[in-house]
Design a protein around this ligand. Structure first.
Ligand code: OGA
Ligand code: NI
Length: 381
């Protein structure tokens, strides 16, 4: 159950206080974290303050410089280097759950223009962007902040503009005028990249290349443009708290500021900005249908003293017709293994993800205990 009370950690005396009212008041300004940052404050409001990391978690600012996120060169992926690229994707998806891609085919100016568009949206006069300010899940273009009104989590130092391309469709008239062209152009390109990745991932799983497209698990795209303002006390809060993405797949474009980290071998590893690269990460639902073969990865964004940092995430989900279609472990991957997860549908999975309020380990909820799965394997008892 989700409670309406929000608790934050008070840095002055270590006490926990109920931040729900402060958060609500902040939300109602509709100015976002940027509005707050622009007011020139030197201490962040206490509802942004996160408790110090629990001892069993890796230290918050350490980053292991010996570990490097895989970088995959897509050059020739449709011809001479297909097998090589497929093999690299398999290794990265099994071991890391994410990788950087260069030579993916999206022109650099399209990516730069998109990031500029996100920046322009957030930096336009407040009264223009508040037109889009809403918490309504049915609004397909919206602007919102990092204050999680319905959970117990502290707020995060981030504003977001989001576009919901249901089944790949969204009327451009709904886009904010200030970034209309850029959104349309980037969406066209990233959709193509998504299709290419769907084929490469299918092959990396040893399946026919149209397998993932045939189950229609990547037809709906949600584009979110994050704006992380400079933060006067970055060590007390987060840009994005630790989570794994509930999607099947995510393609992320980040600017050159840095701050993104992934949890790998129980250590936080920086994902350094790489000019012209896209980041691809496996989502929870992909981990479920691949029976843990491919791993979704926990990641977070540190708040930064310099800013703003801009990023653009594209989340791939099933088509709307498949909101209640069961997605379970792919049978072809189960020759010896028993399924780790039971089947679920998007509506149930997202309901579970949103209800926990802390976006970690949603998958464990769908684990089959003692191998009692409903699947084709006969030998579970
Ligand atoms: C996300 C996310 C990272 C970033 O939106 O799920 O992890 O760099 N974003 O903004
Ligand atoms: Ni994420």
């Amino acid at each position: 159950m989700v409670s309406n009370a929000s608790s934050s950690f008070d840095p002055e005396d270590g006490s926990i206080y109920d931040s729900a009212n402060d958060m609500k008041a902040f939300d109602e300004t509709k100015g976002g974290v940027k509005g707050l940052a622009d007011s020139g404050l030197i201490k962040i409001p206490r509802f942004f303050v996160h408790p110090p990391e629990k001892p069993q978690q890796p230290p918050s600012n350490s980053s292991n410089i010996n570990l490097q996120v895989p970088i995959i060169n897509f050059e020739g992926f449709e011809s001479s280097r297909r097998i090589e690229v497929v093999n690299e994707i398999r290794r990265a998806s099994e071991n890391w759950g994410l990788f950087q891609v260069v030579n993916h085919g999206i022109p650099e100016n399209v990516m730069d223009d998109m990031l500029e568009g996100v920046k322009r949206f957030h930096e336009q006069p407040q009264e223009v962007k508040t037109e889009f300010y809403t918490r309504d899940a049915d609004q397909r273009v919206k602007f919102f902040t990092g204050a999680p009104l319905l959970t117990k989590e502290p707020a995060i130092w981030r504003d977001t503009v989001a576009f919901d391309f249901k089944d790949g469709k969204l009327d451009p008239q709904l886009f904010p005028a200030i970034m209309r062209e850029e959104v349309g152009e980037y969406f066209r390109h990233v959709t193509k990249t998504g299709k290419a990745l769907s084929e490469l991932l299918s092959e990396a799983l040893g399946l026919r290349s149209n397998y993932l497209s045939s189950i229609e698990c990547m037809e709906t795209e949600s584009l979110v443009g994050h704006y992380y303002p400079a933060c006067p006390q970055p060590e007390l809060t987060f840009g994005t708290t630790t989570h794994s993405d509930p999607s099947f797949l995510t393609i992320l474009l980040q600017d050159n500021k840095g701050g993104l980290q992934v949890l790998h071998q129980n250590q936080w590893v920086d994902v350094p900005p790489l000019q012209g690269a896209l980041l691809v990460n496996i989502g929870d639902l992909m981990q479920l249908i691949t029976n843990d073969r491919f791993r979704s990865v926990e990641h977070r964004v540190l708040a930064g003293e310099v800013g703003p940092r801009i990023s653009l995430a594209s989340f791939f989900f099933p088509s709307t017709a498949n909101t209640f279609k069961p997605y379970g472990v792919i049978q072809e991957l189960l020759s010896d293994d028993t399924p780790i997860y039971r089947a679920t549908h998007l509506a149930e999975f997202m309901g579970q993800y949103m209800s926990t309020g802390s976006y970690i380990s949603t998958l464990s909820h769908f684990k089959v205990s003692n191998g009692q799965a409903f699947s084709s394997t006969e030998d579970t008892g």
